[in-house]
Design a protein around this ligand. Structure first.
Ligand code: GLN
Ligand code: ZN
Length: 742
C-alpha cells in the first residue's frame, strides 16, 4: 500500500446478519432487556464487522458506520444539534427519544434518504441550536476497533449535506459555525492517530445551486486547511457529483470517491485538479445485488489511472442498502445465485479488484472473473408481446366516455371507500406463520383468509361504505406478495435491508423476464364479491412500486422490466374484469420516490414510469373504474405525471396537509376523480365527525361532488380495529352530512 487508502468500501450494513440489532433494540424498548445488554450486542456487531472486513483483506476498513437508529441522527448528536426537549440521562436514550418520541413528545420528522428506500431523521436547526462537539462516537469507535487490532477510517456525514438535509430557517447559513465543529473533530481524530477520515456529501449527487456549491467549497477549503488533521476522503454517491467534483478537487482534500455505477467517468478527465488526488473509484455496485463484471471493472479502473495521482477501488456507495451475505441463503436456485453478490461478496470483489489493479490479475481474480454467470430467465412470449404492442395499448377510452360507461356502478356523490388493507390482526399473522412452518396447509390457510375477508366485508357493509375492499389479509407486504406470485422474481430468507430504525425489509430480486403463471388476486376478490351486492375494489400494486421496492436486474433498461411487470398486471386486470370486478385499484405509492436526483434524468423516468402504469391499466374496459393511490401530498415535479396516469380516481394523502393538495391538483389541470385522504392513518388518533365534515366540506369546495371521493389517506393495516372502526363510522357519517347539505 502506498500513501493512499487502498481498497475499501464506503459503508457497511449494521443491522446484523440476522437482524441482531433489531432484536436487541426492540427488546430494550419493550423493557425486556437492559441498556448494558443492548450496548453489548452493539459492540459485538461492530467487532464482527471490523474483523470480517479486515479478514476479507480490505486495505482500509471503515468505522462509525454503526448506528443505533440513523447516521443523520448520530451526526446531530455529534455536533450538538439534538433539540434539548429530547435530552435523557444516557445518550442512547436521547437518540431513541428523538427518533421515536416519548409519551408527550412527537419524534423528529422521518423522511426518505435521497432516492433510496432508507429513511433518516430530519435535523431541526433553529436559533436554539448551538453547534459544539458534543459527542465522540467516531473517535470512540475508532479506539474500540484499534483495541481489536483493526485500524479504521471513521466515516462521518459531511457538514454541507447535514445542513442541506436539515429543516429550519436557512440551515446553510450556519455552515461556518458547523464547520468549526468538524475542524474540532478532525483535530481530535488526528491527536488519536487516525490516518484517514471519510466525509460523505451525497447531497451533491443531486442538482445544487450556485450558493450550495460555494458552501461546499468554503467548507472543504476550511477543513483541508486545518493543520492537524487526518487525510480527508470526500464522497458523493448515488450519482455523478457533477460540478461539485471540480469544486472539491479545487480544495486541498486528499481523496475523492466517485460513484461509477449510478454515475460515470464522463467529465473526470476535464477536472485537471483531480490529477493531484487519490481517486476512489466506486466500481462495485453498492446498491444492487448483482455480481460485478470484474474484467470490465478492472479495465475501467486502469483507464482512470492517468486522471489521478492514484486510483483505488471501492463500492459505488455505502453497502447499507444491500443484504449481508449471500451464503446465508438456502433457497435460491443456482441460475439466480450465481449472478448475485451481497455485502460480503462485494467486499471480496473490491479486494480482488484492488489487488489486480496493484499487482496484476491473480489466479483468484481470474477464477472469480471467469466464474460462469447464468443468463437471465428468458421468456420469448412476453418479449414478442411487448414488441408487438398495438399503438393504443396504453390508451383507454376518453374520460368522458368512461364516466358514462361507469354510471351504472350506482355510486353516490362523495362516494366513500378505503385504500385497501384492513388491520393485520394476530390471527392473520399466526395463520401466515403456521403456513410457513407447515402447521397449516394451503387449504387451511385459504379458509382462514376467506373467513377474515368475510368479516371485513360484513364490517364495511355495516359501516355503510360505498366501495368495499377485501382487506388484503393474504398479503404480508404489497410488493413481496406480488413478487412471490410472479416468475422471474426471487425472494430471500435473510436478505434484510434497513428501512429505518429497527425496521427492515427483504426486497424481492427481479432477476429475469417477468411473467404471471396464473391469476394472483382473482380468487380473493371474487370471494369478497360473492359476499356482498356492493362494489368491491380489486387491489393491485403498480409496476413502478414493484420495481422501486425490489432489486432490479441491471442488464436491460428499467423501462423494459417495468413493461414486463405491467403486462402481468394487465392480464390480472383482464381476469378480474372477466370475473365481474368493476372497480380496480393499482397502487403507485413509490412513483415519486424513484424520481431521479438530477433534473436532466427526470423526463425519461416519468416517461417510462407513466407508460408502464398505462400499459398495466390500458386494457381496462371503459366501464371499469381504475383507481390509483399515492402516499404523499407534496407532488412537486410529479403532478403532471399523476395526471398522465389517467386513472379514473386518484386517492392521495391530504389529511396532514389540510387539503392544500386539491388546489395544486386543479392548478395543474387535473379533472378526474380524486380522493384526498381525510383520516390520517399514521396516527392512532380517531378523528371526530365534526372535523371530518369540515375537511370534506372544504374539499367539496375545490372539487365537484361527483368527482370527489371520501377515504382515509392510506391503508389501515398498521392500525387496530379499536381505532379503525369508529374512524370509518365517523367518515361515512361525515360524508353523508356533507352530501345532504351541498
Ligand atoms: N393498498 C395498499 C394498502 O392499503 C396501499 C398501501 C400504500 O399505499 N402504501 O395497504
Ligand atoms: Zn398509501
Amino acid at each position: 500500500m502506498t500513501s493512499g487508502i487502498g481498497s475499501t468500501v464506503l459503508g457497511y450494513p449494521r443491522i446484523g446478519p440476522r437482524r441482531e440489532l433489531k432484536r436487541a433494540v426492540e427488546s430494550y424498548w419493550a423493557g425486556r432487556t437492559d441498556r448494558d445488554a443492548l450496548l453489548a450486542t452493539a459492540a459485538r456487531l461492530r467487532a464482527d464487522t471490523w474483523r470480517d472486513l479486515r479478514e476479507a483483506g480490505l486495505d482500509s476498513v471503515p468505522s462509525n458506520t454503526f448506528s443505533f437508529y440513523d447516521q443523520v441522527l448520530d451526526t446531530a448528536a455529534l455536533v450538538g444539534a439534538i433539540p434539548a426537549r429530547y435530552r435523557q440521562d444516557h445518550e442512547v436514550d436521547t437518540l431513541f427519544a428523538a427518533a421515536r418520541g416519548t409519551g408527550s413528545l412527537a419524534p423528529l420528522e422521518l423522511t426518505k434518504w435521497f432516492d433510496t428506500n432508507y429513511h433518516y431523521l430530519v435535523p431541526e436547526i433553529d436559533e436554539t441550536t448551538t453547534f459544539a462537539l458534543t459527542g465522540d462516537k467516531p473517535l470512540a469507535e475508532h479506539r474500540e476497533a484499534r483495541a481489536q487490532g483493526v485500524p479504521t477510517r471513521p466515516v462521518v456525514l459531511g457538514p454541507v449535506t447535514f445542513l442541506l438535509l436539515a429543516k429550519g430557517v436557512d440551515p446553510l447559513s450556519r455552515l461556518d459555525e458547523l464547520v468549526e465543529v468538524y475542524a474540532d473533530l478532525l483535530r481530535g481524530l488526528a491527536d488519536e492517530g487516525v490516518e484517514w477520515v471519510q466525509l460523505d456529501e451525497p447531497a451533491f449527487a443531486a442538482d445544487r445551486s450556485e450558493r450550495e456549491l460555494v458552501a461546499l467549497e468554503r467548507a472543504y477549503t476550511r477543513l483541508a486547511a486545518q493543520s492537524a488533521r487526518p487525510q480527508l476522503l470526500v464522497t458523493g454517491y448515488y450519482g455523478d457529483l457533477g460540478r461539485a467534483l471540480g469544486v472539491l478537487a479545487g480544495t486541498a482534500v486528499d481523496a475523492l470517491a466517485v460513484d461509477l455505477v449510478a454515475g460515470s467517468e464522463e467529465g473526470l478527465a476535464e477536472v485537471t485538479a483531480l490529477r493531484g488526488k487519490i481517486l476512489v473509484a466506486g466500481l462495485v455496485d453498492g446498491r444492487n445485488v448483482w455480481r460485478t463484471d470484474l474484467r470490465a471493472a478492472l479495465a475501467r479502473a486502469e483507464a482512470l489511472r492517468p486522471l489521478a495521482r492514484e486510483v483505488v477501488v471501492s463500492t459505488s456507495s455505502t453497502l447499507l442498502h444491500v443484504p449481508y451475505d449471500l451464503d446465508q441463503e438456502q433457497g435460491l436456485g443456482e441460475e439466480v445465485r450465481d449472478r448475485l453478490a451481497f455485502a460480503r461478496q462485494k467486499v471480496h470483489e473490491v479486494v480482488l479488484l484492488g489487488r489486480a489493479l496493484a499487482e496484476g490479475p491473480t489466479e483468484e481474480w481470474e477464477a472469480e472473473a471467469d466464474r460462469p454467470r447464468p443468463a437471465p430467465r428468458h421468456d420469448g412470449a412476453v418479449r414478442s408481446r411487448l414488441t408487438g404492442l398495438q399503438p393504443d395499448a396504453r390508451t383507454r377510452a376518453p374520460y368522458a366516455d368512461r364516466v358514462a360507461a361507469q354510471s351504472d356502478l350506482g355510486l353516490p356523490r362523495l362516494a366513500t371507500t378505503t385504500i385497501g388493507s384492513f388491520p393485520q390482526t394476530t390471527e392473520i399473522r399466526t395463520a401466515r406463520a403456521a403456513l410457513r412452518s407447515g402447521e397449516l396447509d394451503l387449504d387451511g390457510y385459504a379458509e382462514r383468509m376467506r373467513t377474515e375477508i368475510g368479516r371485513v366485508i360484513a364490517l364495511q357493509e355495516d359501516i355503510g361504505l360505498d366501495v368495499l375492499v377485501h382487506g388484503e389479509p393474504e398479503r404480508n407486504d404489497m410488493v413481496q406478495y406480488f413478487a412471490e406470485h410472479l416468475d422471474g422474481v426471487a425472494g430471500t430468507e435473510l436478505g434484510w435491508v434497513q428501512s429505518y430504525g429497527s425496521r427492515c425489509v427483504r426486497p424481492p430480486i427481479l432477476h429475469g423476464d417477468v411473467t404471471r403463471p396464473e391469476p394472483i388476486t382473482v380468487p380473493w376478490t371474487t370471494h369478497a364479491r360473492s359476499l356482498t351486492t356492493r362494489q368491491v375494489k380489486g387491489m393491485l400494486t403498480g409496476p413502478v412500486t414493484i420495481l422501486a421496492w425490489s432489486f432490479v436486474r441491471d442488464d436491460q433498461p428499467l423501462r423494459a422490466t417495468a413493461d414486463q411487470v405491467a403486462l402481468a398486471l394487465r392480464d390480472e386486470i383482464a381476469d378480474l374484469e372477466a370475473a365481474g370486478t368493476r372497480v380496480i385499484q393499482v397502487d403507485e405509492p413509490a412513483l415519486r420516490e424513484l424520481l431521479p436526483l438530477r433534473e436532466a434524468d427526470r423526463e425519461d423516468y416519468l416517461d417510462w414510469s407513466v407508460s408502464a402504469f398505462r400499459l398495466a391499466t390500458g386494457g381496462a374496459a371503459a366501464g371499469t373504474q381504475v383507481h390509483t393511490h399515492l402516499c404523499y401530498s407534496e407532488f412537486g415535479e410529479v403532478i403532471e405525471a399523476i395526471d398522465a396516469l389517467d386513472a379514473d380516481v386518484t386517492t392521495i394523502e391530504a389529511a396532514r396537509s389540510k387539503m392544500e393538495v386539491l388546489a395544486d391538483l386543479s392548478a395543474a389541470g387535473f379533472a378526474r376523480g380524486v380522493g384526498p385522504g381525510v383520516y390520517d392513518i399514521h396516527s392512532p388518533r380517531v378523528p371526530g365527525e365534526e372535523e371530518l365534515v369540515a375537511l370534506i366540506a372544504e374539499a367539496s369546495r375545490a372539487v365537484p361532488g361527483d368527482r370527489l371521493w371520501v377515504n382515509p389517506d392510506c391503508g389501515l393495516k398498521t392500525r387496530a380495529y379499536a381505532e379503525v372502526e369508529p374512524a370509518l363510522r365517523a367518515l361515512v357519517a361525515a360524508a353523508k352530512r356533507v352530501r345532504e347539505t351541498t
